[in-house]
Design a protein around this ligand. Structure first.
Ligand SMILES: C[S@@+](CC[C@H](N)C(=O)[O-])C[C@H]1O[C@@H](n2cnc3c(N)ncnc32)[C@H](O)[C@@H]1O
Length: 259
């Protein structure tokens, strides 16, 4: 079995379309997990995935690269707090936020913490999505170890996190601000009228064609003057082609209609 056939089988088995992910990187990663499982090659590994649910979930989790952290790249969160939220709240009393590819929830919880300085918690509603059901379960639980909390400002830790036996849990009051849902950026319908879309550190894994499609979908999903917040290696070249204008570094604003 070659890589092309493997991709087709994975699509049937998981609905994940590997065609949209950068090929060299994927092949390298899949090669490594095949080796780790002591399989002979694609066919042998596929047999394992079909017969063993745990191996299949491990494969999905490995493939989707769930690395994340609270307040990842703190200086960008500073811009979000000092410039982006004030801008968005100038015209609206409440804002619609989508944290796309949210992994274990560190990002949407960080968003809720910052926004709680501007709005009462009951007015905050954040949609947080990811492809991987396993990380979404962790996100809903909202339980973390001390190492995960390093970047969280003390005032937020004191207010929104409770420690018990070395485990740190997000308080229900903050959890209630967030709706976690499975969503595949490559094939599911997008939400609409978002004032802020936060999509960071996932576009790097996609092919150029897949990225173009996603940016166009984001443009449609954004409210007029809405903001897209991207990862620190994910600046959008030719952003005007997607109806986006640079607002600050790593922040783009929807302006006008797509050309
Ligand atoms: C490296 S994490 C980034 C998490 C967070 N946004 C951050 O910047 O810290 C990438 C996430 O993208 C998710 N992902 C990968 N492919 C996806 C897809 N097609 N649709 C939605 N999420 C996807 C993975 O499951 C993973 O949780």
């Amino acid at each position: 079995m070659n890589y092309e056939d493997f991709k087709k089988q994975i699509l049937l088995l998981t609905t994940i379309d590997l065609n949209a992910y950068k090929e060299n990187q994927m092949k390298r990663r899949i090669g490594a997990i095949i080796k780790k499982n002591q399989c002979e090659g694609y066919e042998d590994y596929l047999r394992l995935l079909k017969n063993n649910k745990t191996s299949l979930q491990d494969f999905i989790t490995y493939l989707t690269i769930n690395v994340t952290e609270f307040f990842r790249n703190p200086s960008q969160w500073d811009i979000l707090e000092k410039q982006i939220f004030p801008l968005l709240l100038q015209k609206k009393r409440t804002i619609k936020i989508w944290s796309a590819a949210c992994s274990t929830g560190d990002e949407p919880y960080s968003l809720a913490m910052v926004l709680s300085q501007f709005l009462p918690l009951h007015q905050i509603s954040i949609l947080a999505t990811d492809l991987d059901l396993e990380v979404l379960e962790k996100a809903k639980k909202g339980q973390y170890i001390a190492r995960n909390l390093t970047n969280i400002p003390k005032e937020f830790r004191d207010k929104y996190i409770t420690e018990k036996n070395g485990l740190f849990t997000i308080n229900d009051t903050l959890k209630q601000c967030i709706t976690f849902k499975q969503h595949d950026l490559l094939k599911d319908p997008y939400p609409s009228n978002m004032d802020l879309i936060v999509c960071r550190n996932v576009m790097i894994y996609f092919t150029e064609e897949a990225k173009k499609e996603i940016y166009l979908h984001f443009h449609k999903a954004m409210a007029e003057d809405g903001i897209l917040f991207v990862g620190s290696t994910e600046q959008i070249i030719m952003c005007q082609d997607y109806g986006l204008e640079p607002y600050k570094i790593f922040f783009y604003q929807k302006k006008g209609v797509k050309r």
